[in-house]
Design a binder for this molecule. Sequence first.
Ligand SMILES: C[S@@+](CC[C@H](N)C(=O)[O-])C[C@H]1O[C@@H](n2cnc3c(N)ncnc32)[C@H](O)[C@@H]1O
Length: 291
Amino acid sequence: MKKALTNRELFFLAKNRIKNENKNISDNEIYLILEYVNNYQNYTEIVLNFDKICENCRLFENLLEKLISGKPIQYLLNEAQFLNFSLYVDENVLIPRPETEGLVLKTISYIKNLKLNHQNIVDVCTGSGAIVISLKNEFKNAEVFATDIHKECINVARKNSEKFDLKINFLLGDKVEPLKSLNDKFDILISNPPYVENADDIEEKVKNYEPYDAVFIKDGTEFYESYFKNYKEIMNDEFFMAFEINYDQEEKLTELIKKYFDKNIRYKFEKDIYNLNRYLFILSGYEDRSF
Ligand SMILES: C[S@@+](CC[C@H](N)C(=O)[O-])C[C@H]1O[C@@H](n2cnc3c(N)ncnc32)[C@H](O)[C@@H]1O
């Protein structure tokens, strides 16, 4: 591309190139790159300045190249949208997904509608911190913890908690291990752990760019089993657990629930926006509330 082109010229050059190369990249992604390289705050500024010379054509070209080669836009711009939050992300963390927004919204509804205790909340496998940040923002008085096995993920999640000025306690370690040495037990445990066994279920883009052990695992129910097995050590008598799960795990997870919990435990599988079984909620106690 020539230097000193307008935003409009760059937009249409990019659009033609994407069409010629038959890539699945939306206009919105091109707009986001224009917004970024010009340092605009929003889409309106692009519209207002569409016929102005782009501030940094070289950077635009560079980012477009990477986008065309398959790199997710969120990693290119170090930004991912999750509910009302614009989170910092890099290649150390999974890009938070719309399904997980569903998990958070459903969990908030259960906590409010059933009037569940939520003094102590933990998000296991926090990644970018998307879940824990949304919950702490909603329940400002709760004491909130988040864990991950990777220091790099904790660093990203911490950076996001600072961005939104939310006090969260971060712990490094395997699954619920770091929770066992705490003085307090939890009312709410939420987790979106790695659960995909079959790489054929996953897009190339994810396999090529997102952290492998955030997504894949040999035994897709391993994390849930470890939470169930350890629940007496980490949870209060009355508790609520909320999980994102894979669409084909209901049978195996039901067996594990029966194996590890008391008979009076209540649980529910729920579907995501694509009508796939995607969530598991478990309630202990609260016998006076219908679930
Ligand atoms: C599916 S990602 C979820 C990230 C984030 N909670 C979200 O929903 O976007 C799973 C996360 O689990 C972390 N993880 C992988 N193995 C772990 C382990 N053994 N213990 C704790 N966290 C682990 C990964 O680093 C990754 O951040």
